[in-house]
Design a protein around this ligand. Structure first.
Ligand SMILES: [Fe+2]
Length: 136
């Protein structure tokens, strides 16, 4: 939501993306089809548990389908979804690479550092070390 406020993304789509984009995972490791399964889930739940317009559903489906493909160009709402997910990579011990973020807002040094600090909390609590601990 912090990133969406900067980019002007559709917050309804971003919020639904946050909830469902990894629901199609079959494991927490390599699972290249999980985005497609999440997109299918979005289509299934639209009109029931997911309250979106047709345009919003198209954005949500696109965001889910492509969220682990490394794309950098899309509608601003889709890019915001992808960036929000990438800014949370500290959860699995990965430092986000600014060159792999879509929006200037996500590449902002302060936002990136704050997101990384938040993302590593669970990783640290599980006893893992991090390659990079931001100082600001
Ligand atoms: Fe994912």
């Amino acid at each position: 939501m912090l990133l969406a406020a900067q980019t002007g993304a559709n917050t309804r789509v971003v919020e639904y993306f946050a909830f469902i984009h990894d629901l199609g995972r079959r494991n927490d490791d390599h699972d290249p089809e999980h985005g497609l399964r999440a997109a299918g889930l979005a289509r299934e739940l639209a009109g029931e548990l997911i309250d979106v317009t047709e345009v919003e559903l198209g954005l949500l489906v696109h965001a889910c389908e492509g969220h682990s493909e490394g794309h950098l160009e899309a509608d601003v709402t889709v890019m915001t979804c992808w960036d929000a997910d990438r800014l949370d990579l500290g959860r699995v011990g990965i430092v986000p690479d600014p060159s792999r973020l879509c929006t200037a807002a996500a590449r902002d040094r302060d936002l990136l550092a704050a997101a990384y600090r938040r993302s590593i909390q669970g990783f640290l609590e599980r006893g893992y070390g991090c390659r990079y601990l931001p100082t600001s």
